[in-house]
Design a protein around this ligand. Structure first.
Ligand code: NI
Length: 280
């Protein structure tokens, strides 16, 4: 104890005096350096206040205009650089049984996702819809009744889309900005009146069909790439159970998670109404 405290007390004193001497020499030769230092520090503080981070400076390929989301400021603002991006998307919910379980998993792992909800289910579970949004996820429309929009009269398809938008707006207090048409079916008529970008997928996990965690992870890892949109369904327990391992496996492979709108923004893609997107 005595020896170690002695050796520790000596070292800092010597270092400090050497440092002070060096600083004094620098100060004499470059008196303006202090002012420059203060100005640079001030700029860093101001940029930090505006949500810009030091790591973003000098990175022209990156966009600094990503709107920080309530819970995912760290992910969207700081950790995404150099990462491949994926968007997890969950269709056909919300479900009072499985969606809250999924929300817990996503919260624990700090993963934002995009939920393409059915208006008919949203209407019955407004509190879950609100919670999904409040937890930093993106809520989008999967139409009202999951009809095959290209097989029903155009007027019925338009009415179905509008009804879902109306329900989601009444719950969320704002318009949804994305639609996923059921079965991915879309034609020129639907494109004409959908009124939002149409978000399809590049990785179909077939979770609704196979209902197996290994298979969901296996299919995803064999098909995923930067900008992928992964299709899952939060109404199946097996799909929700697969998410922890899916998230961990994707992160191990260098992927990070964003919502669909965030990914478009990060990749500099301006989404247009009536246009279908499979990856971003
Ligand atoms: Ni669906």
């Amino acid at each position: 104890m005595g020896i170690s405290s002695k050796s520790f007390s000596k070292k800092p004193v010597r270092e400090e005096s050497a440092l002070t001497a060096t600083l004094r020499r620098i100060d004499i030769r470059f008196p303006w350096l202090k002012i420059v230092g203060v100005v640079v520090l001030g700029l860093i503080v101001i940029m930090d206040l505006f949500g810009l981070t030091i790591s973003r400076i000098g990175d022209p390929g990156d966009k600094i205009s990503i709107a920080p989301m309530a819970r995912h400021v760290k992910i969207t603002e700081r950790v995404l650089e150099g990462k491949k991006l994926v968007a997890l998307t969950f269709d056909d919910g919300p479900s009072a049984e499985t969606t809250p379980v999924l929300l817990n998993t996503l919260r624990e792992r700090d993963v934002p996702a995009t939920f393409f909800m059915l208006g008919s289910r949203a209407r019955n579970n407004p509190d879950i819809v609100k919670k999904v949004k409040e937890e930093g996820h993106e809520v989008a429309s999967h139409t009202m009744y999951h009809q095959n929009l290209i097989r029903i009269p155009a007027s019925a398809a338009a009415a179905d889309i509008d009804e879902a938008k109306g329900i989601l707006k009444s719950i969320l207090g704002q318009d949804v900005s994305l639609t996923r048409t059921p079965y991915g079916n879309v034609n020129d008529t639907v494109r004409g009146f959908v009124g939002t970008p149409i978000i399809l997928w590049s990785v179909d996990t077939l979770d609704w069909k196979i209902k197996n965690t290994d298979s969901i992870v296996g299919i995803t890892m064999s098909e995923v790439s930067d900008g992928a949109i992964i299709l899952m369904h939060d109404i199946h327990p097996t799909s929700v159970e697969a998410v922890p391992r899916l998230v961990d496996t994707l992160r191990d492979a260098g992927y990070e998670f964003v919502t669909v709108s965030e990914m478009a923004e990060m990749h500099g893609i301006k989404l247009a109404n009536g246009v279908s997107y499979y990856s971003l």
